[in-house]
Design a protein around this ligand. Sequence first.
Ligand code: C2E
Ligand code: CA
Ligand code: CA
Ligand code: CA
Length: 273
Amino acid sequence: PPLLARLAPAMRPTAAAGAGAAPGLDVEALAAAIRDGCIEPFFQPIVGGDGSLKDAEVLTRLRLPSGAVLSAQQVIPLAESAGLILPLTEALFERLLAAKDRLSGLALDHLSVNLSVVQLDVALTAALVRRLVDGLQDCCGVRVELTESASLADSQSVRELGAQLRLLGASLAMDDFGTGYSSIRALAELPYDTVKVDLCFVAELFDSNKAERLLAAILAMCESLGLHVVAEGVETIAQAQWLCEAGVDRLQGYLFGAPMPLAELVSRFGPKT
Ligand code: C2E
Ligand code: CA
Ligand code: CA
Ligand code: CA
């Protein structure tokens, strides 16, 4: 029987939210949007091999008063360069804490959040994560995703942050694995327990025999290091099937759902009343 035959019709791919050009978002507008509560968490399902919800990745969106939604690419780089990433992250985490009761109904293993490590303030960042971990402790675990370019920023503070996050009970994932020149080195430098294989590997999967062998080798390495693996950018059942047979434990991608507002996540994956 096809591995993902149990997929509900509602789990067919949907369009990514937030496409379109940013209508001239500048630093002042971003600062005001953060202050005014316009930062909104979207949630992308992360499923097990049977298609059931296991985790969710939190992806930032900015909801304009007009109702239009700006994507992370339209917001995060600006927040990073303008020194607004810490208040943005704090506003995002507050929304997650406020959503705790609705999130509890989903019985997630982990809620996964992305952290920027540009202009990293280790103490303040760790304090934000601690508040999230503590606040969600009877709801779900917290996973922090760092991109490997992270390790290049200021490796001493990133290492410090990684150690502190594990101490306070967060899981640590290397995001976009395989896209930088020092992925494997970075694996040794931080106490990662999870690897998120970049979507480019999944996209190239059936292009060549070489792509398949490369991905299989990455998965074998992760397994021998005891790392959990999440595959990103899964868009077809054929990809999902190959990945599960190759030993990937978690799948994420448009096949299972694009990032969506909490209400949609709950109505699609929450307890049926
Ligand atoms: P990411 O962490 O690698 O997130 C995955 C991106 O891939 C998301 O884009 C998601 O919408 C997209 N994606 C998911 N499934 C598929 C698929 O099946 N196919 C394809 N082609 N794409 C897929 P998004 O939401 O626009 O986020 C972009 C980046 O912005 C994220 O990349 C992450 O690095 C960053 N980001 C998002 N939210 C935050 C945040 O709160 N804080 C920080 N520091 N960075 C964030
Ligand atoms: Ca991520
Ligand atoms: Ca990624
Ligand atoms: Ca990325």
